[in-house]
Design a binder for this molecule. Structure first.
Ligand code: SF4
Length: 206
């Protein structure tokens, strides 16, 4: 079972395969050559406990990485309580030497957990990379199929706008594949309105 794995000098963490979306482009649907997601081992036979995850961290030279990234084959914020516990444990051991911590997320933590988690991120999470995916709720829903329907789009935007008060770097991401220049500009405008950054990434990326 792969809990932590290295990719481009960062340490990635895989705690769950659960997700409330079923994105058309999700790399869980198949192998993508050259991607960090090609490993079958990222499918967990069961979710690791927080202690198993901590042990996996401590088996490595944690402070040698440029970043710690909670990501994986699913939506990591299903395990947000455990992520925050792990960050606290690691900060307790390594203090300021701990590399910056990022969560790659669909931005639905508040929907999934039924509370505003943003204040809990303060001092623990350095970067939130949130998948924007589309400039409107209808296309987003058709692309990502969130179980909450179109409401998930606005919930994601609200999460980004709220999180920026607690997390130093909040970044909305879109994939350049199949996006027009107009759609990309609309996404830039959305990020500007929210006061966060937009990152345009290629189809296979971190
Ligand atoms: S949110 Fe991420 S893990 Fe979930 S279905 Fe979409 S791409 Fe896959």
């Amino acid at each position: 079972m792969t809990i932590t794995y290295e990719y481009e000098d960062a340490l990635y963490v895989n705690l769950t395969n659960k997700c409330n979306c079923n994105c058309e482009f999700c790399l869980r649907h198949g192998r993508a050559q050259g991607s960090i997601y090609t490993e079958d081992s990222l499918w967990l036979e069961r979710e690791p406990t927080r202690q198993e995850a901590l042990d996996s961290f401590l088996s490595r030279d944690v402070c040698s990485y440029r970043e710690i990234v909670f990501c994986g084959y699913g939506e990591p914020t299903y395990r947000l309580d455990d992520i925050l516990w792990l960050v606290d444990e690691l900060k307790g051991r390594f203090g300021d030497k701990l590399p910056p911590v990022r969560i790659n997320t669909n931005g639905h933590a508040n929907l999934i957990l039924g509370r505003d988690v943003c204040p809990e991120l303060k001092g623990r999470i350095d970067t939130l990379s949130i998948s924007l995916n589309s400039d409107n709720a209808a296309d987003y829903t058709a692309l990502c199929h969130p179980v909450q329907g179109e409401a998930a789009y606005q919930a994601m935007l609200d999460f980004a706008g709220e999180a920026k008060h607690y997390v130093p770097h909040v970044v909305l991401t879109i994939v350049d594949k199949d996006k027009t220049q107009e759609e990309i500009q609309n996404c830039r405008d959305i990020a500007d309105r929210l006061g966060v950054k937009l990152r345009i990434r290629s189809f296979i990326d971190s």
